[in-house]
Design a protein around this ligand. Sequence first.
Ligand SMILES: Nc1ncnc2c1ncn2[C@@H]1O[C@H](COP(=O)(O)OP(=O)(O)O)[C@@H](O)[C@H]1O
Ligand SMILES: [Mg+2]
Length: 323
Amino acid sequence: MITVRGLTKRYGDTLAVDELTFDVRAGRVTGFLGPNGAGKSTTMRMILGLDHPSRGRALIAGRPYADLRRPLCSVGAMLDARAVHPARSGRTHLVAQARANGIPVRRVDEVLEKVGLTKAARRPAGTYSLGMSGRLGVAGALLGDPPVLVLDEPVNGLDPDGVRWIRRLVRDQAAEGRTVFLSSHLMSEMQLTADHLVVIGRGRLLSDTSMTEFLAAASSASARAVVPDPEERATLVRRLMTADGVSVETSASGELTVEGRTAAEIGDLAHHCRVRLHQLSDVRVSLEQAYMDLTARSVEYTTGGSSTDTTAAGAAPNEGGRQ
Ligand SMILES: Nc1ncnc2c1ncn2[C@@H]1O[C@H](COP(=O)(O)OP(=O)(O)O)[C@@H](O)[C@H]1O
Ligand SMILES: [Mg+2]
């Protein structure tokens, strides 16, 4: 379990992390999401005692990192996969870490096997691809068989095979009851990997919720309909547009995308106006869209119209005339 309370970090004029409070629980994968510059790495560094909070605290199993007696056996971390001496072999790198933490050297070969680096273990780490460096980083995190894992953007630079491998690994680790805290700016990847989400923008907490709830809360009513007859289609669009908060887009093939109405509501209306439908379905919002909506709102809220900071939360403006 990781406990973060009022965690704040200021670098000069930059408020990198702003009063973050959340828990990362055992037995599930918690995704730490936010655009670049949101404060994810800074938060993780403070959790791991590599940076001092300006205010607040971060605890691992109830203690600050500095108070952990055998840190590698309490928390395994990968913050920067490239942070390895290039002339050292992957194995030598891990052996040094193991010795410093009282971990038997045979564990090094176990984790090398687990991450699929056995063959490359005696090559200088400087010759590794980004994907192999990532695997070495994960091997280091697993070395002490810790109950807590903190991985900063582990998917970066991995090929599709590596991405699937990481996903399976973290899911297995959580299934074994471990606490897994994983950052990413890749929404699509998180949607497949995480059970729970902590979303931040400009250092602030935007959401702390289960993946299911996050998607449900974000999915404003939206549906797609195919109306084969052009006149009936025009009738339906007219009737839909009379209500506030409804927008309709018509594709070249005559398919309607309706924001602000569910498939059931559109079906009832079509029945009422005697409009024939060939297809009708609710549109499920993707995590990507939910996330963009959330960070776009945070931009509006945090800038309050008075700031000229265009980098706010790094989110694209809300497209398509929704609202
Ligand atoms: N050591 C540092 N000195 C000054 N500013 C920093 C430092 N580390 C991070 N920052 C700033 O803090 C903000 C958050 O950065 P970071 O935690 O790296 O975000 P993320 O990992 O979400 O991309 C950014 O504006 C970044 O420029
Ligand atoms: Mg980062």
